[in-house]
Design a protein around this ligand. Structure first.
Ligand SMILES: [Zn+2]
Length: 335
C-alpha cells in the first residue's frame, strides 16, 4: 500500500474487506445524486486493486470516482472523502502525499533503467575427442591435407592449429581452431579443408557460448584500432576480432567498446555484410569498404592475395563513420 492509499483507507467507515475485494459502506453521495434517501445498505464500495490506484463506485446512485498514481486528486474524489468524514487537515495531508508520490513516479519513469555493462563469463569448453596439435599429426595423410589447405590460404603460421581423427562431423577433414579468451579454451571452430563435397556437409562446425568474440587475446593495449570481421579466419588473417555472424549483440558491443579503441568493421561483400554494416553504424563505429578486386569477397582472401600489411593499410585508409558517405561507397562494395 502506498501512503496515499493508507491515508484514504484509514478514514473508511469500515475496515472490513469483503470477499469480493471491496470495502463496502453507506454511500455518502446518494443524496447529492438525486436519490430520495441516504444509503443504509452499504451500496458504496472502495477497492485498492494494486499499489497505484483506488476505485470507488456506488451501485445505488451510480457515483464513480477514483485515483491513479501520476494523476491529481479530483474534486469528485475529494467530495467523496469529505462525505465519509475526512477532516480538512487530513485532506490537505493527503493532497501533499499525492503530489509527492506523483513527483517520485515522474522522476522514476523519466530515468531509463540503466543496463549493466556485459562482462564475459564464457565457460571452458573442451576440444573434440582425440584432438592434438596439427604439427604432431602430419604423418597421417588426412592431417597433412588439412595443413596443406591452411598453407594455401596463408593461415598455417597464424594459429596453433589442431586436428582430430574423430569421425564426428568428419573432423579428420577439418582444421580445428581453439577459440580462446584470456588464454583459456572457450570453444572450437572446425572448418572443412577445401570445398565441401556435398550440400549436407557443413563448411564450419563450431561450439562456443553465446556472445563469444574470437580474437580478443590479440588486442593488446598498444593497438590503436580494433578491426571487427564476420568470420574467424578473417579475424585471424589481420589480428582482428570476429563476432561469428553478421550481427553484433549488445553484449558483444559492450565487450568491444570496453577495449577503448577505434572500432572499424569490415563487412563481407554480400547481403549479410550489409547487416553487419548497419549494426556497426548503430553502435557508432566506423566501417571500411576497402578497395579490392571484385573477386575478393572477404578479408582472409584479401590477405591471401595482397598480404597483411597492404590489406591493413587499405582498411584504415577507407574507414568512414559518416552514414551518407558510407551509403555512396556501399553501391560499389556489395555484390
Ligand atoms: Zn451512492
Amino acid at each position: 500500500m502506498s501512503l496515499v492509499q493508507d491515508i484514504v483507507r484509514s478514514y473508511l467507515p469500515t475496515q472490513k474487506l469483503g470477499h469480493n475485494g471491496w470495502f463496502s459502506f453507506n454511500c455518502p453521495m446518494c443524496l447529492h445524486n438525486g436519490q430520495p434517501r441516504a444509503d443504509t445498505r452499504k451500496r458504496g464500495g472502495m477497492q485498492f486493486p494494486d499499489d497505484t490506484s483506488i476505485r470507488y463506485s456506488c451501485f445505488n446512485c451510480g457515483f464513480k470516482t477514483g485515483w491513479r498514481l501520476g494523476t491529481p486528486l479530483t474534486s469528485r474524489f475529494r467530495k467523496l472523502l469529505q462525505g465519509i468524514g475526512m477532516p480538512e487537515a487530513e485532506l490537505q495531508r493527503l493532497i501533499i502525499a499525492v503530489l509527492k508520490e506523483n513527483e517520485e513516479h515522474t522522476l522514476l519513469s523519466a530515468v531509463p533503467v540503466k543496463r549493466e555493462t556485459y562482462v564475459p563469463n564464457w565457460k571452458y569448453t573442451s576440444l573434440p575427442a582425440n584432438t592434438r596439435p596439427l604439427v604432431e599429426c602430419l604423418t597421417d595423410p588426412r592431417a597433412l591435407n588439412v595443413a596443406q589447405y591452411l598453407h594455401s590460404r596463408s593461415l598455417l603460421e597464424l594459429a596453433d592449429w589442431m586436428w582430430s581423427d574423430s569421425e564426428d562431423f568428419e573432423l579428420y577433414n577439418r582444421a580445428i581452431l581453439p577459440l580462446t579468451y584470456k588464454g583459456e579454451i572457450k570453444g572450437w571452430h572446425a572448418r572443412y579443408a577445401g570445398d565441401v563435397p556435398d550440400k549436407k556437409t557443413r563448411k564450419i562446425v563450431k561450439k562456443h557460448d553465446s556472445d563469444y568474440i574470437y580474437g580478443l587475446d590479440a588486442q593488446t593495449a598498444d593497438r590503436k584500432y580494433v578491426i571487427v570481421t564476420e568470420g574467424e579466419y578473417d579475424a585471424l588473417s589481420i589480428s582482428g576480432i570476429s563476432v561469428g555472424t553478421n550481427r553484433v549483440s549488445q553484449n558483444q558491443a559492450d565487450v568491444i567498446n570496453a577495449l577503448h579503441k577505434e572500432v572499424i568493421v569490415i563487412p563481407d561483400r554480400d547481403r549479410a555484410g550489409r547487416d553487419l554494416e548497419e549494426a556497426a553504424i548503430s553502435y557508432g563505429w566506423s566501417v571500411s569498404h576497402p578497395v579490392w578486386d571484385k573477386s575478393i569477397k572477404d578479408t582472409a582472401k584479401a590477405v591471401e592475395v595482397y598480404g597483411q600489411l597492404f590489406v591493413l593499410k587499405n582498411i584504415i585508409e577507407h574507414k568512414e563513420s559518416n552514414k551518407i558517405k558510407l551509403s555512396i561507397t556501399s553501391k560499389h562494395y556489395y555484390e
